[in-house]
Ligand binder design. Sequence first.
Ligand code: HEM
Length: 465
Amino acid sequence: MEIMSIITFAVFIFLVFLLHSILKFFSIGIKKLPLPPGTLGWPYIGETFQLYSQNPNVFFASKVKKFGSIFKTHILGCPCVMISSPEAARLVLATKAHLFKPTFPASKMRMLGNQAIFFQQGDYHAKLRKLVLRAFMPESIRNMVSDIDSVAINTLGSWEGRQINTYQEMKTYTFNVALLSIFGKDEVLYREDLKRCYHILEKGYNSMPINLPGTLFHKAMKARKELAQILAKILSVRRQMKQNHTDLLGSFMGDKEGLTDQQIADNIIGAIFAARDTTASVLTWILKFLGENPSVLEAVTNEQDEIIRAKEENNEEKALNWADTKKMPMTSKVIQESLRVASILSFTFREAVEDVEFEGYLIPKGWKVLPLFRNIHHSPENFPEPEKFDPSRFEVSPKPNTFMPFGNGSHACPGNELAKLEILVLIHHLTTKYRWSMMGPRNGIQYGPFPLPQNGLPIKLSRKT
Ligand code: HEM
């Protein structure tokens, strides 16, 4: 009996040793692989200036030309691997997502809230995602169409007869739609306070992260605290009312979910952050592209006029409904093509959680990995004549994994249906009731942080007679 135990123990030790040796062999094997081609630039500074002192596309394009679709560089104090092939982007974002965690600078995480969905993995992330998707899936947002319709009509009415900065005005529109989807239409009590605090937060988000009295960063951190206090008041009113709500806040507050107030606050602030500037930038680009392409504008206007005509003929209510938004194939193609050409999120960030073998190269643990959406959307192999604005190219589906304006995999945008819906509704009213002319220079692009037409695209709007 005793001999049997000794033998079993010896076999066990041998197996442990064997396993350890196999693992070591493979990890050394990985370590022996070369790093991807490319240059790391100066110590610490790396190639940050090369990237940010010019149009970033020039940097990416010249690197791809020199080193191919996967290359290393060093920006903002971090060694990075940039990838621009559709298959590799899919591996990082979807198939091997467990090896690449989402990553943000610590100062930005603190400002948005450490417990916001963007930074999570595993069970907590899956739970948040379920709750966000529940509020933004088509079955939930279809009831919001008439409310978004009113917001769009009021927004456009407020532009009449004056020169406006399209981007700034679109931010007001997308902010109001975001509040509608998060708090429902009855939450008016704290609207102005939410706007004021969010405005201060936004200014600090892109400033130097120096937390000293007087700095934009410090003011933003204070506004962040005040936002959490406002949200606590809204939560307490809702708890007293004991009604069921289908908006995002209602989804987060579900009894079974057990989210803390802090977790709810971080994710509400995160949702506003994800929803507002992204959608506003895309809308701004759409106005530019339509303004520059009269035949496309005419086709969109005809499609939208037809919706009004059909509603009148059938004695339907004037306000748009969900079914109407499904009769807009031309406008939808314009949205797709604008998302492609503008590629407002040029890339996203991940971080290797361990040494990873990737297409024959080593990506060391801790290195950042950046799938370059813009390069994929602007490669002539994926989209012939990529710089041309041509919505008809979406009459056939793009090749797999070549079109990902909303990302891919477990962190792909859960708000994409809402974004498309609010864009369709605004374009409906814009093209059927208004003309606009672009003022000022046509060709410049500014980066702040998303690419935008110069000066936010100043336009003048007038009612059609
Ligand atoms: C046209 C407008 C929009 C674009 C282009 C866009 C794009 C994206 C992209 C590319 C991602 C993935 C980022 C990554 O993988 O690192 C993302 C994530 C996200 N988006 Fe959007 N988005 C838009 C509008 C919205 C809207 C209206 C909402 C509504 C709240 C929203 C909420 C989110 C959230 C919560 C995430 C994080 C998801 C997660 O980490 O699991 N987005 N978005």
